[in-house]
Every structure is written in structure tokens, then in C-alpha cells.
Design a protein around this ligand. Sequence first.
Ligand SMILES: *[C@@H]1O[C@H](CO)[C@@H](O)[C@H](O)[C@H]1NC(C)=O
Ligand SMILES: *[C@@H]1O[C@H](CO)[C@@H](O)[C@H](O)[C@H]1NC(C)=O
Ligand SMILES: *[C@@H]1O[C@H](CO)[C@@H](O)[C@H](O)[C@H]1NC(C)=O
Ligand SMILES: *[C@@H]1O[C@H](CO)[C@@H](O)[C@H](O)[C@H]1NC(C)=O
Ligand SMILES: *[C@@H]1O[C@H](CO)[C@@H](O)[C@H](O)[C@H]1NC(C)=O
Ligand SMILES: *[C@@H]1O[C@H](CO)[C@@H](O)[C@H](O)[C@H]1NC(C)=O
Ligand SMILES: *[C@@H]1O[C@H](CO)[C@@H](O)[C@H](O)[C@H]1NC(C)=O
Length: 877
Amino acid sequence: MILYRSFIQLCLIVIFTSRSVSALAIEKRIPVPAGYVAPPYYPAPRGGWTSDWSESYRKASMLVSNLTLAEKTNITAGTGIFMGRCVGNTGSALRAGIPQLCLQDGPLGIRNSDHNTAFPAGITVGATWDKDLMYARGVALGEEFRGKGINIYLGPSVGPLGRKPRGGRNWEGFGSDPVLQAFGGALTIEGVQSQGVIATIKHLIANEQEMYRMYNLFQPGISSNLDDRTLHELYLWPFSEGVRSGVGSVMIAYNAVNGSACSQNSYLINGILKDELGFQGFVMSDWLAQISGVASALAGLDLSMPGDVHTIPLLGNSYWMYEQTRSVLNGSLPLDRLNDQVTRILATWLQMGQDQDYPPPNFDTNTQDAEGPLYPGALFSPTGVVNHFVNVQGNHAEVAREIARDAITLLKNVNGALPLSQNAAIKVFGTDAEKNPDGINSCDDQGCNKGTLGMGWGSGSSRYPYLDSPIDALKKRGVNYQFFNTDNFPSNSNPSPNDTALVFITADSGENYITVEGNPGDRTSANLNAWHNGDKLVKDVAAQYGNVIVIVHTVGPILMEEWVDLPSVKAVLFAHLPGQEAGDSLAQVLFGDVSPSGHLPYTIPKSESDYPESLSLVGFQVGQPQDTFSEGLYIDYRHFNKENITPRYAFGYGLSYTTFTFSNASVTAITPLTSVPPTRPAKGETPSYSTAIPPASEAYWPSNFDRIWRYLYSWLEKSDADAAASAANSSNKYPYPEGYSDVQKPGPPAGGAQGGNPALFDVAYDISITVTNTGRAAGKAVAQLYVQFPSGNPLDTPIIQLRDFAKTGALAVGQSQELRLRVTRKDLSVWDVVSQNWIIPNLEGDYGIWIGESSDALSLRCGTQSGTCEEGVPSPV
Ligand SMILES: *[C@@H]1O[C@H](CO)[C@@H](O)[C@H](O)[C@H]1NC(C)=O
Ligand SMILES: *[C@@H]1O[C@H](CO)[C@@H](O)[C@H](O)[C@H]1NC(C)=O
Ligand SMILES: *[C@@H]1O[C@H](CO)[C@@H](O)[C@H](O)[C@H]1NC(C)=O
Ligand SMILES: *[C@@H]1O[C@H](CO)[C@@H](O)[C@H](O)[C@H]1NC(C)=O
Ligand SMILES: *[C@@H]1O[C@H](CO)[C@@H](O)[C@H](O)[C@H]1NC(C)=O
Ligand SMILES: *[C@@H]1O[C@H](CO)[C@@H](O)[C@H](O)[C@H]1NC(C)=O
Ligand SMILES: *[C@@H]1O[C@H](CO)[C@@H](O)[C@H](O)[C@H]1NC(C)=O
């Protein structure tokens, strides 16, 4: 997603360039390291073969069979960047009752709008470990997107997975573990789609750093080179769960995988997503990620966003729209593929019920004014009322506050430093405690780190309707505080032994099109340290005050070694990225209205060298930058455990004001397992249409049509349409890719339904435990379930892997609650690259099912062989 203003500047440059420059340097693939291959997979599997979508496909096929060629190609692409009110706007087929569809960012709230909620970011949601809150935020997001007339929500983000701690967009997702990410993504999808809004799971796949992500005139996008097992067991896992939840749309990443751009990687889209995962919705490109016309359609791309060519947008050039019309007429693109593209899009629209009373957009992402150009991308555009300022916030501040509060992760608390008493003498340090004095929305797409850090920057940001800052909350509570709004230790703070010092520090990151303080999305110059000399501020305060509480607003892990063990640093709280509700949520924890109950969604290292070298950011390389995932499955805690590196704070860690015990655990076998899952169900019927090339007249411009300059249309001039039709009969044939076929396949053994073979999701074991609050305050506990594969597993597998989690309600002192967790067949399987299936390598083996409050505090083990659970067992890691 790109910033408007940069585009206007770009256009001035671009006036001197011509159309012929496109497709430079990307025609030939640049070699990737030996062994990584992007195999062909054709044809694109038709959608509609699972029973949960068949009715929508039946209705869609009736619509599609009545559409003309130009109507079809109008639906499969956007009308151009800045050519409408939303960040993406498809063409319409009004004759058939199909409106333009509005696509809008982003994962944590409506981007560039008004009267919306700025929810906590994905990473904050992950830190709650609360499935109910994950779903509730999705419902609230759905209500807001629908309320603004948005058809397609461009979220959730489950990729990047957080492989690289410095990666710019990790905060948009839910944490550095595929299962945490999967629950966050799937529950968001279910919530959003319960409101009839199409959710978009993104970015497929392995988009783990911001720099060099895009294909442009001068360089191909970075190639993520990863093996099949790592793909399945880590990066694809959350996508499988999203597809299983019925997600309507998948957004393709900018980067390449194994040297083939994701937007035209047939193995990835046709093979893995549509055939193996049984995805029934439509696949869209990320903004300007599409780099070819016919090739991308054959590889399975369904919707081009925002419609323009990737090289120089805004000039009215597209790989699809009129070019796609031409490619059908000239016989290059089989009509069958176009029909499937349109059917997938319309079936999704029908699946969400958007044909019934769905509101049209009532806002404009391009301006905050009531009136503005209807087509800001056109040089001359009619103007009109574009913003109706519809308030869609409802009572969503409540769920936003609850998430912000329950995500707060207490990492250190000595001598009961927290909670604070109401009459504590408080000195507050750090500019993060108060709102940006220039205005809470003064930086486009939050592209600055000034004042309270509620979210990272980029297309995944939204405007704040208000920002409840920590200082606001202290004021409201009427506590005794003094605020020093500076990141340098002030000389006039008058330290007194009775003072409690609150120090606020931050770490920010974002999307690559904005550079903030030398960080082009990824944290290149901030490193993993706190921004604005935060380490020094903490140390300076700690030198003068005996009772220091550090509060961190951050996108991800930071290094804390310079200060975390200082004797006067008594407590540390990670408040993550709270969105608009930064204040009260924090105060409720600081003053003990509630106990903190957040847990880390990633590991915090002691040093950056604790990570494998391969997790560094890839810098400039001539040609295509290569990023080889040589660490395989070993990211985050999987790596720390394998190498026996003690982190500063482990994945899943988080303290409370109270203590809990887990007892009375039991494990029950549910579905008997086999080493290979039962045979998948066969594909059902898909719509069929005539495959004859339609007459050229279906593509002719209507007479007297008032064209908007550089808007993308699907019609062709009569002469062009006629020429294309006669080219269909020439001997000059389209150079179909190696491995091309137009015969539909039955699908791989690992497929069979949305998310894969349904047997993979059979519950193998049910686990029940009793959680008791044994401390002196009320609080919520999180039970994390990790699986340890039996010894004798021939495949090198991480020692423990998260597979499920559950959170209690607020337990009073002495109160207990039973929690239920489950382990599925897939949870106990490995991806076998030879048989291309999920297999259980050691069926008779004793799987360890570990339950605890953190990945490094596991002492309760249930064994699948004995069928019993034992407390007080030595930790596996
Ligand atoms: C990438 O290459 C590896 C090694 O050959 C292969 O196992 C994997 O399936 C390939 N992945 C994709 C998406 O092409
Ligand atoms: C398609 O067109 C036929 C013939 O014009 C008409 O009878 C039918 O109702 C149309 N179907 C739809 C779904 O528009
Ligand atoms: C394509 O969509 C645009 C925008 O809604 C509309 O003006 C045009 O008429 C549509 N073209 C066709 C062929 O329906
Ligand atoms: C048909 O048109 C498409 C789109 O412009 C073009 O890529 C393709 O090369 C053409 N095919 C033939 C055989 O001319
Ligand atoms: C610190 O608190 C104690 C106990 O409340 C009080 O007796 C003492 O006077 C306070 N000291 C200062 C410097 O305020
Ligand atoms: C122990 O767990 C079982 C369910 O497995 C539950 O019915 C029972 O009440 C629990 N007992 C205690 C003492 O919590
Ligand atoms: C192309 O050939 C087909 C069948 O041979 C014929 O029906 C069609 O009219 C021809 N199209 C053109 C534009 O010549």
C-alpha cells in the first residue's frame, strides 16, 4: 500500500518515461540458491467444490453465465490506484446488479477514515492469549467496516510470522508462533465475516522483511527460499486455519518464493492454496504486486489490485482490464480461467450475503474533507460529497480497552512494587506517556514515533478518533503525579526516596514506503533497542530513583540488558501497541484494579546474537536479493530451546499479581490415530460454462461513453478487439509455461476440504485441567499447551511446539475453573515431503502434552501412551 503524496511526486517523474519500460529485468528469473525450485502447477483449480460453498457457487454461476466478456474482466481488477473512494475499487457490472466492491485497510481498524475505532494491533491481541477477545475484536471490526460500506476488510495479517525480530510489520500479526498466529487470524476472520464483511488473510507468504519486498523497474522483489516442510509446519499453518474458517479472500505477498513472484507462483497459488488447502474464495495481489497478465491468471491470481501495472502506476496501464479482455479474445487466456476468477469473486460476495442490503461506501480514504475529487488519480475529476462521517464506533471502545488491558505483560515485579497505591508519589518520564503534541493524527499513516505509541506505521494503521494517553488516565484517577515530558533525564525532578518513577519507552516499526528516523519499515537503525535513547533514560532515572517502573510500548522484542537487572528497576510492563485505549487500560493494571494477564507472543533475547544469523535483515544485493530460510523450523523459542540459549524472557512468559496452580489434569483419547490420515473426500462439482471465445463485440466500447482519463476500463477499441479475435486464429500462440495443462486435477492427498484433509482436524486428545487462584489477588490465568514429539521421531523436530491455549475468566482468590484444551491429528503430525502428506512418524510413541503458564515453565505433563498426567515433572526445555 502506497502513500498518496509520494505518488503525485512519482507522477511528475514518470511523465518523462514511457510505456515501453515495463517488464524490464523481470522476464528472466534470477537463479536462487541450489536446491530451491518453484515447480509448475497447472491448471488453476476451479472453485466451488466444497459443500459449504456450493450454494453460493450455484448462484454465482447463474450470474456469470449472463455476463459479457467486458463485464467479467471489469470484476477481476481494480479501476486504478486513487480511482475511487477506497484503497481498492473493482469495476462493476451494474446491468447484472453487481456493484463496485470496496477494499480497505487494515488489520487493526479502518485506515484513513473518521469516527472509527483504532483497535489494539494484532501483536497486542496475541499477547492476551484470549480467544474470546480475538473473536470479539473481529466482530467489532466487521461492524465498523460494514458500517462504512466496505465490502472487503484487508486483514488479518498472519504473515510475516515474525521470523525476523527487526521485520517491520510483525506487529500487524499475532506473534512469532504459527498456532498463536493461527488462532488470532482465524478468530478475527470468523468475527469479521459474521458481519457479512469479506476478510482477507495476508500476505501469502514468507514476506518476512520490508526492505526489497517489491518488484520494481530496477530490481525484482526479494526471494524467500524455504523448504517444503518449513513452509507447511510454520508459515502456511495460520493460512490453513484461516481457509478452514472460510476466509473469503487471500492476499498474495510482494516477495518471491524460491525465485518465483508470489503473485504468479503457480505452485503456491494453484497447488498449495487452492488445491491442497481447498481455498474457495478469491486471490488478490498485494498493491502493485502483480507483474504479468496472462501468466498471473494462469498461476491462479483472481483479482488485480489496485489494477495498475506495477512499474509505473497511475498512467492508465493495467495487466488486466482491457488487456485481459484482449487476452481472452486472442485465445491466450482460456475463458475457463476467467470464468473461474469471476465466479470465485461473485461466489464470495454471495457467500457473505452482500447481494442483500449491503451499504455502499460512505467515506473516502483519500481525504478527510466532506467534498473531494471522485477520482483523485485522474488529472481532472468531478468532485462531490465523499465523506459522510458516519460514526461506526458503537461500544467498541470497551473491547478495545479490554484487549489493551489484558495484553499488558508483567515481566518483572520485585518486592510487590506493583500494583501502586492510589496515594503513591509518582514521577513520570518519557514522551511516550503523553499524546503527540503536533496532533494524534499529524503523521500520515502514523509515520512517526512521537508521543504515545499506539500502533506501528503504514497501511496497517488507522487514524485515532481520540487517544487516551497514560497521562490522561493518571489525571482522571486524580493521583499524585508529576510529568516530565522529555526523553532526556531532566535535572529538575527532585528525586525523593518515596517516589515511584514511571519511565515510558518505545520501539516502533512499520511498512517500507515510509522511513521513520532512519528505519525503512524494518528496524535497521534503531536495532533492537528502545528508541529515543530509551535505554539511557531508564538508566538515568534508575540512578536517581530507587523505585523505577518501566513501561514499554513496542512492536516486538527489545533488548533490555542495559537496565533490566538494575536494583532500582523494580518492575517492567510491556503494554505492546494498545491503539486508542492506551491510558485507562494501563492504569487499571498499574493500580491493581485488575492483575496483568498478558503473556509474551515472542521471545525476548539477551542479545541479538542469540538469534540465528539467517534471521538478520537482507541488505542490498545486485539482482534479486536472496533470503534463505536456512534455520528451517528453528525461529523464536524453537531456536532458543534447540540451542539451549536462555532468553531474557521466554515465549509465553508473563507474571500476575496472584499465583495459580494447574491440577487435576486428565487426558482422553478421542479419535484413534493412524500414521497416515484417512483418504480425503473427492472434490465436488464446480460450475461449468461454455468455453468458446466470446464474440469481439462483447468487448467494444459503448458509444458516447464519458471516459475518465487514465481510469482502468475493460473495453477495447473496436479495431483492437477485432484484431485480437483474428489473432486467435493465427499460428502465433501464447507461450504457455512449462508444465502447463488445462486438465483439472483431483487434488493432492493432503487436501479435501477448506484447510486441507478434514481428518487432520480430528481431535486426537482432549485435555482438561483445573486452574486455581492460590494467591492474594483476583486474576486471569493462561494455560499454554505444548506438544513434545516422542523419542524415535526420525525427523528433527523442535523440542516443544505450542498447539493450544485457553484463558480463565477473572478468578477470585481461592476460586477454580476447569479449562479444556485439545490436540488434533495435525498437531501430532509432521509434513512428509516425500509422500506430500501429514504423517505421524511414531504412532506407538509417547507424545508429551505439556501445560504451563510459559514455554519455559512446564512441569505438568500428560502422556499419550499412559493416558495419565503428572505434576512436578522436570521441564523439557
Ligand atoms: C521451494 O524449494 C524447496 C526445495 O526444493 C521445495 O521443497 C519447496 O516445495 C519449494 N517451495 C515452493 C513454494 O515452491
Ligand atoms: C440470465 O439471463 C436469462 C436470459 O436473459 C434470464 O432469463 C435469467 O434470469 C438471467 N439470470 C440471471 C441470474 O440474471
Ligand atoms: C466497469 O466498471 C466501471 C466502474 O463502475 C463502470 O463505469 C463501467 O460501466 C463498467 N464496465 C462494464 C463493462 O460494465
Ligand atoms: C493476447 O493478448 C495478451 C494481452 O495483451 C498478450 O499478452 C498475448 O501475448 C496475446 N497473445 C497473442 C497470441 O497475441
Ligand atoms: C516518606 O514516607 C514516609 C512514610 O509515609 C514518611 O514518614 C516520610 O516523611 C516520607 N519522606 C519524604 C521525604 O517525603
Ligand atoms: C477434576 O476434573 C474433572 C473433569 O476432568 C471435573 O469434573 C472435577 O470437578 C475436577 N475436580 C476438581 C477437584 O477440580
Ligand atoms: C476463428 O476460427 C473459428 C473456427 O475456425 C471461426 O469460427 C472464427 O470465426 C474465426 N475467427 C476469426 C476472427 O476469424
